[in-house]
Design a binder for this molecule. Structure first.
Ligand SMILES: CCCCCCCC/C=C\CCCCCCCC(=O)NCC(=O)O
Length: 590
């Protein structure tokens, strides 16, 4: 048979050859594509393996070095037992050497990371800085000789900030970030870099490069995240002061689960320049940077040392508001709002008791406590998802292209970031009907992306309206501050955060409204709390999971959050210090 195409003729044979050539080209392209993907994944796995080995080797080398140059156990333990104020005083008056303090903390950090995997690598330059501190004459800076640990996503010159993602391996940072520069200028010695979960947008603690961090109080449980390594290292006694980031609770969740203090400042109060966040462009609900410490004095010292002209000069977007001692030291009685239940899932009995006990302390100290009802928590969660995942999670999926996805992140990644909109709607339907919970659908649909600029502007208006509503509720009750549970529950078994993720409402509320929030350890789960857990209401799927996963948590730490309007960090710290002092006094008398 012959076909005639205008000026030339095509016979059967030619058609056959064309089909063969097309099929061959297509299969070549397909196999090329598949092979390229296999090759890319292979390269990524090799890169991950090499980096993990480098990290392990560096930790081991530091351990070997300390075997020869370390302190005696007694001397080390005396240093490690000192609260921040005593440590600082002794470094200032010269009765402690910076090098000894560094060696004490290096050896404790290396010791605890063997079981808990909280350190990703030591900062080798620390030793040189400690020696320089000890040779220094003249007036000492406030953080003189204090070792500080840093979450891995803090840019440190010469080190990668991977955020647990292979794509960012072998990208050493050209410079320290603003906080690290200011800390060094104030005499601090950055000495360890700590672990985080892949992408940091989950409150788990694992990534394919550095592995999984465990809880210092129960290694079968998670330390919370994403400042997982910081919470764990400080909770285990291997650091006295550390720094992390927080867009939905990443400082406060690990602080609560590991029993340490932290402060998430108002975004803008201290610099956020030079930290690795996957979606830096999502500025409506941006990430905050902040300190974690063993005690409130550590947080106060950190804030006083950062709020100085050096930082204001390095990052001119930060308003030059120095630390205001007149607010921190004020004794005026305050009106403080409190709640145990955010209006989504209740907090477990131990967390509720934590708030109750803090309330009693504050009342005894002369403050007025008033029950506060959080306005529309469903709206706050929806806004969070719209502002953080409004690009349909493209930034996240791009960052993880060809990467190995960590098992602890797979479900979150698939459902929130990768699934097409129709599947998110189906999952939302499941949560609503089987889980008796309409909120996940709103969140999942928001994570499918905002479809136009005018819709985006609508979200901005909604966010402004929600913030105003919250402010007006506080004003109506004449509230100066709020106290609320540190989180909905104590640490749960590793890898299970996705099953309870709605609980993030307890922390991300304060990111949505951009209020400073501190977290303070106030109690531990008791046998009585465990008994009361039997009556925990399980209306939704998340609540059912919380009840199940909270079993066996006796002895785990419980924190309370302290919150004040924007730029009132000093007020938050004042209340935290007041409660910390009362608890310590109570312990001494009992
Ligand atoms: C499957 C649907 C769940 C719906 C209800 C929950 C809504 C929560 C939405 C997303 C979960 C994101 C968890 C965020 C954890 C925050 C970690 C963080 O602060 N990261 C930032 C950082 O480390 O800097």
């Amino acid at each position: 048979m012959k076909f005639k195409f205008s000026s030339f003729e095509v016979d059967d044979g030619m058609l056959h050859s064309a089909a063969v050539i097309t099929a061959a080209t297509f299969s070549c392209l397909m196999s090329g594509f598949v092979l390229q993907n296999i090759w890319r994944k292979y390269i990524v796995r090799q890169r991950i393996k090499r980096r993990r080995e480098e990290s392990k080797l560096s930790i081991q080398k530091m351990g070997d070095y300390l075997m020869q140059h370390g302190l005696s156990v007694d001397k080390r333990n005396i240093i490690l037992d000192m609260p921040m104020a005593e440590l600082q005083r002794k470094l200032q008056n010269g009765s402690l050497k910076a090098l000894d303090v560094l060696r004490a903390y290096q050896s404790k950090a290396i010791e605890v990371t063997k079981d808990l995997n909280c350190v990703v690598e030591p900062i080798w330059e620390a030793e040189e800085q400690a020696i320089a501190c000890d040779f220094m004459t003249g007036k000492k800076s406030p953080l003189h000789g204090i070792p500080v640990s840093l979450k891995e996503n803090y840019h440190v010159q010469g080190y990668d900030s991977t955020g647990g993602m292979a794509k960012f391996i072998d990208c050493p940072q050209p410079d320290d970030n603003v906080i690290v520069k200011t800390l060094k200028e104030q005499g601090a010695i950055p000495f360890m870099r700590t672990n985080l979960p892949q992408t940091m947008m989950v409150y788990e603690s694992s990534n394919p490069i550095y592995g999984e961090t465990r809880n210092p109080h129960d290694p079968k449980r998670g330390p919370g995240g994403s400042s997982s390594g910081e919470g764990c290292l400080i909770g285990a006694g291997g650091s006295v002061l550390g720094f992390g980031t927080d867009i939905g609770g990443s400082l406060r969740i690990p602080a609560h689960m590991c029993g340490v203090c932290c402060l998430k400042p108002t975004v803008g109060r201290i610099s956020t320049e030079g930290t690795h966040e996957v979606h830096k462009g999502a500025t409506l609900v941006p990430g905050a940077t902040g300190p974690l410490s063993r005690d409130v004095d550590g947080l106060v010292l950190a804030m006083k040392s950062l709020l100085v002209s050096h930082m204001f000069e390095l990052d001119r977007s930060v308003p030059p508001i120095p630390f205001r001692p007149e607010i921190y030291e004020d004794h005026r009685p305050l009106r403080i709002g409190y709640f145990h239940d955010i209006g989504y899932m209740p907090s477990v009995p131990a967390c509720e008791r934590g708030v109750r006990e803090v309330r009693e302390i504050l009342e005894k100290n002369g403050h007025t406590l008033i029950e506060f009802k959080v306005p529309r928590v469903d709206k706050a969660l929806e806004l969070f998802a719209q502002c953080v995942f409004g690009d349909g999670c493209k930034t996240f999926t791009d960052a993880l292209k060809y990467d190995v996805v960590d098992p602890s992140f797979k479900l979150t990644y698939f459902l929130i970031h990768q699934a097409p909109e129709w599947l998110k709607r189906v999952a939302g339907f499941f949560y609503r009907t089987v889980g008796h919970d309409p909120i996940p659908k709103k969140v999942l649909v928001a994570a499918a992306g905002i479809k136009s600029v005018s819709k985006w502007w609508g979200v901005v208006e909604d966010l402004q309206a929600y913030r105003k509503k919250f402010e007006m509720e506080m004003r109506a009750n004449k509230l100066d501050a709020i106290i609320s549970p540190g989180f909905a529950y104590a640490a749960i078994p590793l890898g299970k955060a996705f099953l309870t993720v709605g609980a993030v409402a307890y922390t991300n509320l304060y990111n949505v409204i951009n209020y400073p929030a501190g977290s303070l350890p106030v109690t531990k789960v008791t046998e009585e709390d465990e008994k009361l857990l039997e009556n925990y209401p399980t209306k939704t799927l998340y609540a059912k999971n919380i009840k199940k996963l909270s079993k066996g948590s006796v002895g785990l730490p419980i924190n309370v959050q302290f919150v004040a309007p924007p730029y009132q960090e000093e007020l938050v710290l004042r209340l935290m210090k007041e409660v910390e002092t009362s608890i310590k006094l109570g312990e001494r008398h009992s």
